[in-house]
Ligand binder design. Structure first.
Ligand code: FES
Length: 122
């Protein structure tokens, strides 16, 4: 598979109306799909302020405002827009093909066994 061309099915576009959002799990990651007049955006469904889901938080123009403590993030870039946190939300590239939303999200590393652990025999 070509690097940077690793898009996978996320949702049918018809299942995400403008002004709505949907949490999905892609490759072990919780991803929040948001659709606005401007397009479809994919963010990590994890507010970096207190590591809580962003799902259910209101979208205000090009921003999402965490429903817990009010941190606002640009939904295109994930950059914080107020002083609640200085940490960004991860965002993922999205493309629409034949009515399907596809997202390029790297897999979560799981089951990794470091070489030294194998060699130690413990
Ligand atoms: S958990 Fe999102 S602002 Fe605190």
């Amino acid at each position: 598979m070509m690097p940077g061309n690793d898009y996978i099915f996320a949702l049918n576009l018809s299942d995400l109306e403008i002004g709505t959002q949907r949490a999905v799990n892609l490759r072990g990651r919780n991803v929040l799909l948001c659709r606005t007049e401007g397009g479809v955006y994919a963010l990590a469904d994890l507010c970096p302020h207190a590591q809580q889901p962003l799902a259910g938080s209101p979208i205000e123009g090009k921003a999402i405002r965490c429903r817990l403590h009010g941190a606002r993030f640009n939904i295109l870039t994930g950059i914080p827009l107020n002083s609640v946190t200085r940490k960004s939300v991860a965002v993922f590239p999205v493309r629409i093909r034949e009515g399907v939303i596809e997202v390029n999200v790297p897999p979560v590393a799981t089951g990794y066994l470091p070489q030294f652990a194998i060699q130690s025999g413990k």
